[in-house]
Design a protein around this ligand. Structure first.
Ligand code: KIV
Length: 269
């Protein structure tokens, strides 16, 4: 099984691969493909749960899907993404919510969208044995303050992001996601930190890359400009579903080979 320490040893040597997963089947496929980290992202809100953004995602939703991903994965490190307001408000409640992901659902770590208010919490969780992945730059739970635009494009914002990443490393975070920031800023942070950086929309200099799985396999409704669809699962699924509908409607499914006749019932029916 991949550990936090394995990831730290990979930094700068071997690119770290991370994908989101929200169910056991996807987790198994990603694991078999050799993914290092499976993130049970709160991106499940827009990717698969039908919400407009990540804010409505609940602790129960992340917990149930973390359990499924942990059951489906053999080797990858499983990271539960803590949803909006499940951390950072009340300390005991934050610990309980994060601890539940490890204690009850089989996660190996949690990810927390980071701000100045999460530095002490990161230290506390780490001290308790809950590994924390930090997340700076664009943090979608702050959509009402920042929108989904690139962060850190001017000097003041860039310096604040560097400081936040440094403070979370000092607090014990084992890795840091850099989302939608200029690639030269991401390269600087990667140089500055000892812990691995994992980028999304942050250029090629990070120690690893993460994508939302529905974007990566081409299942989602469109792909963000900084992502790439490495397949076209949406087209394949639609075609298979249309074929199924046609086959039922025209009577070609089920055929004889899909049906079983009981000889014992021959006299009766
Ligand atoms: O929720 C998520 O999928 C994420 C990644 C985009 C880093 O936070």
């Amino acid at each position: 099984m991949t550990t936090v320490r394995d990831l730290q040893e990979m930094a700068g040597e071997d690119p770290i691969t991370m994908l989101t997963a929200y169910d056991a089947l996807t987790a198994t496929l990603a694991d078999e493909a050799g993914i290092d980290v499976l993130l049970v992202g709160d991106s499940m809100g827009n990717a698969v749960l039908g919400y407009d953004d990540t804010l409505p995602v609940t602790v129960d939703e992340v917990a149930s899907r973390t359990g499924a991903v942990a059951r489906g994965a053999d080797d990858a490190l499983v990271v539960a993404d803590m949803p909006f307001l499940s951390f950072g408000t009340d300390r005991p409640e934050s610990v309980e919510n994060c601890g539940r992901m490890l204690k009850e659902e089989g996660a190996n770590a949690v990810k927390i969208e980071s701000g100045p208010h999460t530095v002490e919490l990161t230290e506390h969780l780490t001290d308790l044995g809950i590994p924390v992945m930090a997340h700076v730059g664009l943090t979608p739970q702050s959509v009402n303050q920042t929108g989904y635009t690139q962060q850190g494009a001017d000097r003041e914002e860039a310096e604040a992001i560097v400081e936040l990443a440094r403070d979370h490393e000092a607090a014990g975070a084992f890795a840091c996601v850099l989302e939608h920031i200029p690639s030269n800023l991401a390269a600087h942070i990667t140089e500055e930190l000892d812990i691995p950086t994992i980028g999304i929309g942050a250029g090629e200099s990070c120690d690893g890359q993460v994508l939302v799985v529905t974007d990566a396999v081409g299942l989602g409704d469109g792909t963000p400009p900084f992502a790439e669809a490495f397949g076209n699962v949406r087209e394949e699924m639609s075609a298979a579903m249309e074929s199924y509908v046609d086959a039922v409607e025209d009577g070609s499914f089920p055929a004889d080979e899909h049906s079983h006749v009981s000889e014992e019932l021959d006299d009766l029916y």
